[in-house]
Ligand binder design. Sequence first.
Ligand code: T46
Length: 141
Amino acid sequence: MSLVKLVDLPNLGDNRSGFVVIESTQSIPFEIKRLYYIFNTSGDKPRGFHAHIDLKQIAVCVKGSCRFILDDGFHKEEFILSSPTQGLMIESLTWHEMHDFSEDCVLFVLANRHYDEDDYIRNYDDFLRFVKNKAGEWVCS
Ligand code: T46
């Protein structure tokens, strides 16, 4: 199963502009508790490098582009996010990195939980241990 899950965000725009509406639990599959955005980016300053234990998120490049690496501990995929009408699901227990930000990039992120630093796994070896233990528990139970 692909790690790249895209959410279509239809453009309701007309000859005045593009126009996208995101409604909690309607156009996206969770209730939005928090949103944040990343801007003033630079191509040589990647971000991310962590996984979340429970948090689910959707990232949208409302302007510009960046390259995501998604890794569930068993395989990795890359995806270039570059459209304001496309959301990329960042599932829990998915190590993610954002690279190659365009200078004009504005990355908008919707999250289903409030901020909690305890939900982060910021060390890759800890992440691998966590997902492999979890997979072991699942096989045994
Ligand atoms: C993610 C990717 C896509 C807060 O205080 N509140 C918040 O809601 C967030 C998101 C962050 N912070 C603090 C935590 C750090 O001290 O802001 C600082 C920068 O966060 P971080 O280094 O985690 O930023 P990124 O770009 O590596 O990751 C962010 C989100 O933190 C993360 O949840 O999945 O974007």
